[in-house]
Design a binder for this molecule. Structure first.
Ligand SMILES: Cc1cc2nc3c(=O)[nH]c(=O)nc-3n(C[C@H](O)[C@H](O)[C@H](O)COP(=O)(O)OP(=O)(O)OC[C@H]3O[C@@H](n4cnc5c(N)ncnc54)[C@H](O)[C@@H]3O)c2cc1C
Length: 369
């Protein structure tokens, strides 16, 4: 006989897991969570490698948020390890402070400076673009061409295989420019990693008598074995519709870990390489997790085209992909038995906290039905 559930939830990442927990705990619904990967936690998955170092398998996941609601919710499942995320850029043979701030400006000048001098210089360097329409215009309007070429242009081209002029202003606009000495990567009020790691947190989120988790299962393989009242879908929206409107563009990535017999390899958690090497960045997550060990593991990230056998890591924020996504969004509205939630299902370049907030909001809508 078929197994019966109230909800079939496709994907055990933040979107699927938070919705499963809310539906099970708050509404007493019986949920089946399926993921085609062999683990829970989606892209936030972390694991201890052979050298005993906790690594983020799908690229570094720096949790940060300004939402008390999101922090309060996740704090039911984890303690936190406070972090101030630090990023450097390697170019012209040395490390530079990043995001750009007064320290970066002083490095550039090769002498001490002031906020006033930096502001006056940027005012001269900035290109007069009042309403930036793409990422190139965004950066040129903030810092001018010199810093655009040093820090943004080639990094963005490597990462997205598109010129910044072909990407939404929000892609480079996410990165702040400061004229003070604030070296933090982001300024959100809450910046921390789950104390025991993401996977441990997800185990607690999904640990509920009304939640069943099936790994290594594509939901399309379930067939007649399972019946359910409603589906929550957190995978790629174009795949759900069998690419009927055409394929949405995504960027993929190859992560190459290397363990080294030193306590630390580099001076910060993340070093970006805009102008050297094929990889975009080297991440040494130990700086952020605070793990103490005599060896270290670094991960080099090589952006790749998305295709067969590759994971779709990034929706591409650009006008052409948005137009194609809108066609799928219209189709999704007609799927009455399905709720589309999360980064791939809504084709948005969302951070983890935004996905948690989105899942909590979707839960309230489902509850009200
Ligand atoms: C390299 C990288 C770095 C990032 N860094 C940060 C960061 O520093 N800070 C931050 O806040 N956010 C970061 N993010 C974003 C973060 O990963 C996402 O916001 C979050 O993971 C989205 O959760 P989700 O549940 O929507 O999707 P996912 O985590 O992608 O989960 C979707 C799940 O659905 C499963 N699935 C898809 N189709 C099927 C199917 N047909 N059958 C069964 N299962 C299926 C997939 O296997 C996947 O596990 C980063 C993302 C990437 C790729």
């Amino acid at each position: 006989m078929a197994e019966q559930y109230d909800y079939l939830i496709v994907g055990a990442g933040f979107a699927g897991s938070v919705l499963a927990e809310r539906l099970a705990e708050d509404s007493g619904k019986k949920c089946l969570v399926v993921d085609r990967r062999g683990h829970i936690a989606g892209n936030a998955y972390d694991e201890v490698d052979q050298a005993g170092i906790l690594i983020h398998k799908y690229g570094p996941h720096y949790f940060r948020t300004n939402s008390n609601k999101v922090v309060d919710y996740l704090s039911r499942f984890t303690e936190w390890h406070q972090v101030s995320y630090q990023v450097l850029v390697w170019t012209d043979g040395k490390y530079w402070q990043f995001p750009i701030n007064l320290n970066t400006f002083e490095q550039y000048l090769g002498r001490p400076s002031t906020t006033e001098e930096m502001e006056a210089t940027l005012a001269k360097w900035r290109e007069p673009i009042s309403n930036p329409k793409n990422s190139e215009e965004m950066v040129l309007s903030q810092v001018g061409r010199k810093f655009y070429e040093m820090f943004f242009k080639n990094y963005t081209r490597k990462q997205w295989k598109r010129d910044p002029s072909q990407l939404d202003a929000s892609v480079c606009g996410r990165i702040p420019v400061r004229t003070n000495r604030d070296n933090r990567f982001v300024t959100d009020t809450f910046q921390a990693l789950p104390q025991g790691g993401y996977t441990a947190m997800f185990k607690k989120i999904l640990n509920h008598p009304k939640i069943t988790v099936k790994l290594n299962h594509d939901y399309r393989q379930l067939g007649q074995d399972v019946t359910y009242g409603h589906m929550i879908y957190t995978g790629m929206i174009d795949e759900y519709f069998n690419f009927s409107e055409g394929r949405l563009p995504y960027r993929s990535m190859r992560f190459e870990p290397e363990t080294l017999p030193v306590e630390y390899f580099q001076p910060a958690m993340q070093v970006n390489y805009p102008n050297d090497h094929e990889y975009t960045r080297v991440v040494e997550i130990k700086h952020a997790t605070g793990q103490k060990a005599p060896v270290t593991t670094i991960v080099r990230e090589y952006p790749e085209d998305f295709g067969p056998g590759k994971e779709a890591y990034y929706p591409v924020p650009a006008p052409d992909s948005k137009a194609l996504y809108d066609k799928y969004a219209t189709k999704a509205q007609g799927e009455k038995g399905v709720t589309f939630v999360g980064r791939l299902a809504t084709y948005r370049y969302y951070n983890m906290d935004q996905v948690v907030a989105m899942a909590l909001t979707e839960y309230e809508k489902l509850k009200a039905r």
